[in-house]
Design a binder for this molecule. Structure first.
Ligand SMILES: NC(=O)c1ccc[n+]([C@@H]2O[C@H](COP(=O)([O-])OP(=O)(O)OC[C@H]3O[C@@H](n4cnc5c(N)ncnc54)[C@H](O)[C@@H]3O)[C@@H](O)[C@H]2O)c1
Length: 461
């Protein structure tokens, strides 16, 4: 993202945002310079890179497989998860070479690249510290996003290169922490990759190049959607948990403090593409949303649909929808309308057209020629580490995370919310729980139901 997101010339620049947010974060206790004493891995091409995985679920396991599939010697050295059963499942799968669903290309066994004896399998909410401190060079962070700032800060402080999944936070407080840590990582030449993999997908890169070259003319409006079915997450039974905090962490997807709601957790991909096109971020948002179908208390406190109108500094509107309701119109796409042409972008195809006239279409990737962007993002990161190339995707990803948060603040409150107010907000959703005795920031009522945002009533700033 660093080289595909040049400094914007819009009146409201992302640099300006980073400056403001960096200033806001400057007081954060964690970033005192004296705490940064460890040096980054020195980047020898043939040296074995030791990797720790934090958050050993579906995506974390996939990310580990991709890290182990990069060129050069790599060893999975440590694993950390809140729960031992999740960790063991992931390890067993990797040893057997099972998790190939993110990786259509590689099939070889990874067992010879896995060296995680029981003493380097860490379990609990503080397991991340022990994994990061176990002598690794690179940390893969794929726990729920509510814990992302806590994990990223610690990894940077320990002098580690990082791959972390999106979104990077669930509230403005977390975004500011990520930005401050990202700045420090840059200063220390640590490399940071983020799982917004469209930035490593050839069809998107080709489309962006054409848009930069003026294929659309002036952009007048954008639309984007993550309208799909329910996520592949089913509620974990309360009876199988031993505390309220464990219940919520097991069911992290359904709690805004942990997932950011699905507008952050999933729709960030599409909002990020719109920001990429605009080379900027919205300055305000208003929208609506609610829980229409997914209403049971086992679904925590998140909405099942959001529709938001974002406004960029030059007045350009971006219309966004995300819905997790079965049986409805489905689309996971981004669209930019220009004075000369329209771009329709999606995972399967990117194209530019003017009315019925197709001006460009991305290449169809067949069979072995296709390399999944989930693999490319790791290839690029590990190459940057080995060759000590500048690489830090955290700032741009933090802006896209904040864009999604802005949308949620608008749908939860029913108000028009301004970016500057949102990013400065002291309202914090998360807690940095380090053990199971901590109370979660959200409590159920006596029936086990959680407070749900009510537009027009709920205050979000
Ligand atoms: N880039 C993509 O396309 C993509 C796809 C899927 C998921 N993701 C992202 O990856 C992240 C994980 O999603 P997932 O689908 O793998 O979820 P998951 O539930 O399968 O995995 C999350 C894992 O984190 C563990 N965990 C929870 N709290 C923890 C803590 N404090 N410390 C350590 N481990 C903890 C859980 O026990 C679980 O094993 C999310 O941020 C999600 O948005 C990205």
């Amino acid at each position: 993202m660093t080289d595909t997101h040049p400094i914007t010339n819009s009146t409201r620049t992302r640099r300006a945002f980073i400056k403001t947010a960096g200033g806001l974060a400057a007081g954060a206790a964690w970033c005192r310079p004296e705490t940064f004493f460890r040096t980054a891995h020195a980047g020898h091409v043939d040296e074995t890179l030791k990797v720790a995985l934090i958050g050993c679920g579906g995506r974390g396991t996939g990310a580990a497989v991709q890290a182990l599939s990069t060129d050069g010697p790599v060893t999975l050295w440590a694993m950390a998860d809140a729960f031992g059963d999740r960790l063991e499942l992931s390890l067993r799968g990797m040893r057997q070479g099972l998790p190939k669903r993110y990786d259509r290309q590689k099939t070889r066994s990874l067992a010879d690249r896995i060296d995680v004896p029981p003493e380097r399998r860490f379990v609990g909410l503080d397991a991340y510290r022990r994994a990061i401190d176990s002598g690794v060079d690179v940390v893969l962070i794929a726990a729920p996003p509510g814990f992302r700032p806590q994990h990223f800060e610690y990894a940077v402080r320990a002098g580690k290169h990082v791959f972390m999944e999106k979104p990077l936070a669930t509230d403005a407080h977390g975004v500011r922490r990520i930005l401050a840590a990202a700045k420090e990582a840059k200063k220390r030449r640590l490399k940071v990759g983020v799982g917004l993999q469209r930035h490593h997908q050839q069809s998107y890169l080709d489309a962006m190049q054409r848009i930069r070259d003026g294929a659309l003319g002036e952009i007048v409006a954008l639309r984007c959607y993550w309208n799909g079915g329910p996520p592949a997450k089913t509620p974990f039974a309360r009876a199988r948990t031993s505390s309220e905090l464990e219940y919520q962490v097991r069911n992290w997807y359904f709690f805004d403090w942990l997932s950011g709601d699905h507008i952050c957790e999933q729709h960030i991909h599409n909002l990020d593409v719109c920001n990429w096109i605009m080379q900027s971020h919205p300055v305000s948002a208003q929208g609506m949303g609610g829980r229409q179908v997914r209403t049971g208390k086992e679904y925590g406190n998140i909405f099942d649909h959001h529709a938001v109108e974002f406004t960029y500094a030059d007045g350009t509107k971006m219309f966004s929808q995300c819905r997790q309701i079965p049986g409805c119109w489905r689309s996971i796409t981004e669209h930019a309308h220009g004075t000369k042409a329209v771009a329709d972008l999606s995972n399967s195809t990117c194209r530019i057209h003017s009315g019925d006239r197709q001006l460009w279409r991305s290449k169809r990737w067949r069979g072995k020629r296709y390399v999944t962007p989930y693999q490319v993002e790791h290839d690029v990161l590990f190459d940057a580490i080995r060759r000590d190339k500048e690489f830090n995707e955290a700032e741009d990803a933090a802006i896209s995370t904040m864009t999604a948060i802005l949308g949620r603040l608008a749908t939860y409150s029913g108000q028009q919310v301004k970016w500057d107010d949102a990013i400065a907000s002291e309202k914090r959703l998360t807690c940095d729980a380090e053990d199971w005795s901590a109370r979660p920031p959200l409590e159920p009522d006596s029936t086990g139901a959680y407070p749900i945002a009510i537009p027009g009533v709920t205050e979000v700033l």
